[in-house]
Design a binder for this molecule. Structure first.
Ligand code: MG
Length: 252
C-alpha cells in the first residue's frame, strides 16, 4: 500500500487531532497519583477525549476493551486498564492514547513517573524520549524512512538498552495504522523516500534489559522477557520540506 500524502484539509484535521490529544495527555499527567487504579486513569483519558467530541481510537480496536493502553513497569505496550491494578510511588506508567477528530487519528504515548522513581528508571524514560527526537532529525522530505530508524537505534545503542523489534511506529491518518512500518532499529536498505504531507507515528519502545518480549495470555499485554523496566515515547509528526511538525506536542 502506498504511503498516503495528506491534503491541506486533512493536515488541518490531523493538526487539530494532535493538539487535542496533547491536551488529553496533559490532563492524564496532571491527574496521575499513587493509589489510582489503571481503570481510573483510563476513564480520565476517555472523558478528556470525549469532552472534545472526539472518539477514542483504541476502544474496541481489534477488540481492545479500553481507551488508553496503560503499561506499568515491565509492561511494554497494550496494558489493559483494570479496577484491580493500582499504581504506586516508584512505578513508571506508559500511557498510549489515540483519538479521532473529523475522521483522522492522532496517536501519542508518554511514560510517566508515579511520585519519586529510581535513577535508572528516570534515565530510561529520558533516553527513550531523546531517541524519538534523534530519530526525527532525519524526518524530512527527500530523506529516507529508515534513517529515522537508524537515528533512534544509534542514540540508544551506547546505553545498552534493548530496542523492541516486534512492534514499530507506523503511518497514521484516516486509519490508526497505515503504511509504512517504522522500526526503531535500522533494517536493510534506506526504505521509502519521505514526502511532504506524510503523517507518521514514531514510537521508540525501549527496555532496560533484553529486547525480547513476552506476550501474555490475555492476548494484549506485552512485557519484557526478563522483567526489566520498559519505556515508550510516541508522537504523530507531519513531514514537511523543513523540520517535521510534531502534531501531538503543545506549542510553547
Ligand atoms: Mg502508535
Amino acid at each position: 500500500m502506498a504511503i498516503s500524502i495528506k491534503s491541506p484539509q486533512e493536515i488541518e484535521y490531523m493538526r487539530e487531532a494532535g493538539r487535542l490529544l496533547a491536551l488529553v495527555h496533559q490532563t492524564m499527567a496532571q491527574e496521575l497519583k499513587p493509589g489510582m487504579s489503571t481503570y481510573q486513569i483510563d476513564k480520565i483519558g476517555e472523558e478528556a477525549i470525549r469532552s472534545f467530541k472526539c472518539i477514542p481510537s483504541f476502544l474496541n480496536y481489534n477488540g481492545f476493551p479500553a481507551s488508553i493502553c496503560i503499561s506499568v513497569n515491565d509492561v511494554i505496550i497494550h496494558g489493559i486498564p483494570s479496577k484491580k491494578q493500582y499504581v504506586k510511588e516508584g512505578d513508571i506508567v506508559s500511557l498510549d492514547a489515540g483519538l479521532i477528530y473529523h475522521g483522522y487519528h492522532a496517536d501519542a504515548a508518554r511514560t510517566l513517573a508515579v511520585g519519586e522513581i529510581s535513577e535508572e528508571a528516570r534515565k530510561l524514560i529520558e533516553a527513550t524520549e531523546r531517541s524519538f527526537f534523534e530519530g526525527i532529525k532525519f524526518a524530512v522530505a527527500g530523506g529516507f524512512l529508515h534513517d529515522i530508524s537508524a537515528g533512534v537505534e544509534n542514540y540508544i545503542k551506547p546505553f545498552g538498552y534493548g530496542i523492541v523489534r516486534e512492534y514499530t511506529g507506523h503511518g497514521v491518518g484516516s486509519h490508526l495504522h497505515e503504511d509504512p512500518a517504522i522500526p526503531n532499529y535500522k533494517p536493510i536498505g534506506r526504505g521509502p523516500k519521505l514526502r511532504a504531507g506524510m503523517t507518521l507515528a514514531v514510537e521508540p519502545m525501549i527496555n532496560i534489559g533484553t529486547h525480547r518480549i513476552k506476550q501474555l495470555d490475555d492476548g494484549w499485554t506485552v512485557k519484557t522477557a526478563d522483567g526489566s523496566l520498559s519505556a515508550h515515547y510516541e508522537n504523530t509528526i507531519l513531514i514537511t520540506d523543513g523540520e517535521p511538525e510534531i502534531l501531538t506536542l503543545l506549542k510553547a
